[in-house]
Design a protein around this ligand. Sequence first.
Ligand code: PLP
Length: 460
Amino acid sequence: MSSPSFFEGNSLAARDAKSLIHSYTNLSQHEKEGPLIIEKGKGIHVFDDSGKEYIEGLAGLWCTSFGFGEQELINAAIEQMQKLPYYHSFASKSTEPGIRLAEKLLDIAPVEFSKAFFVNSGSEANDTVVKLVWYYNNALGRPKKKKIIARMKGYHGVTVAAASMTGLPPLHNDFDLPIQGILHTSCPHYYRFGKDGESEEEFASRMADELEQLILSEGPDTVAAFIAEPIMGAGGVIVPPATYFEKIQAVLKKYDVLMIADEVICGFGRTGQMWGSQTFHIKPDILSCAKALSSAYLPIAAVMVSEDIFRGMVSQSEKHGAFAHGYTYSGHPVPAAVAMRTMELMEERNILEHVRNVSPRFLNRFAALADHPLVGEVRSCGLIGAVELVADKKTKRSFDPKHKAGHLAYLAMQDEGVISRAVAGDNMALCPPLIITESEIDEMFDRFERGLDKAAAMAD
Ligand code: PLP
């Protein structure tokens, strides 16, 4: 941490506190404590401005799949910058990096999609998805079929529609969200919401029944789509219970409701397959992806749609003259070139195979934390996981939020040299760069565990 007197003088920390608004930060605490300034990175490590080294246990924000300092990606950006530093995709303009990347995404997609559309962030991708769902149903002459069902604890971003779909109260409180027409169904977290004696599969059936009841009570002719992350990330790394997505999709099919997969975290190898949709048997009509698409080296995200949806969009264009949506930077050639090189590197370096090889070590180290006195539940898959901290293991009682247990554990871990994050309360997440080796996994968990021990000592 920066020194307590950070606000004195003209240090970077002092200048930060005087000039910057930080995302997802307690602004009042930040004014008192100042920032942690990260200066450089290499492999799975980052270094702060005092030279202290950390393992980036969350790959930044679940995104730098190739870690920090991958020269191939840097070169791809430089080469494209020199050739064509910017162009757009309005009015039929195009560039080779955008075309190649769209082809590549359609080629590796988990189902047959018709087209890809580029945006700059996961939030923009999901806002675009909402607009496309509405546009499509208008094209089909179904002006009432517009509601979108998301899930409590789901995370889809911060723009107006994406934050509305997000099922976490801090994104709604005093932001006057959610907007009309966005509904939330239950979070499929078996440990928290499974009933005594109920099996995981029975719980999944109950979740599907609940979704069906919601669709029936709203009227199936008013419900257009359902959106879900294969594994909920920011909601606490919640891995779906067995058979959940099979049962949910049977309900969606019955009422002609589109399935939207938010692959912003799970996409590109995180679960050990290219897509979380493959790991959890999801057959999406629309898919949004971002983050590891470019290993986060430059901002780029994408939406892929089925042929039916694209035909609906074409018919709208025939009616209105233009598909009036898109950003100045949609399909920007520099991030597109970096994303294309990221996709190539995934193949050249067999990243999926690597994830499958090292994942057992990651999962075993997580499983071993189940006995820790602070840990209520361990959840993990591929190279993503979390431990849920509880005040009482037996009763699953959570800590009183005023104790800030997750925040204290996060600080203790940072002190030990691993960057984790407390998500959706006291869930300590790990989601390292996909290039992490087995010995680095061990080192990351050794530090994580020492941080947990320190936090447990503070809780005593
Ligand atoms: N969807 C999911 C599943 C995410 O985890 C995130 C960000 O963490 C988003 C969407 C929003 O992405 P962005 O922060 O790029 O807008």
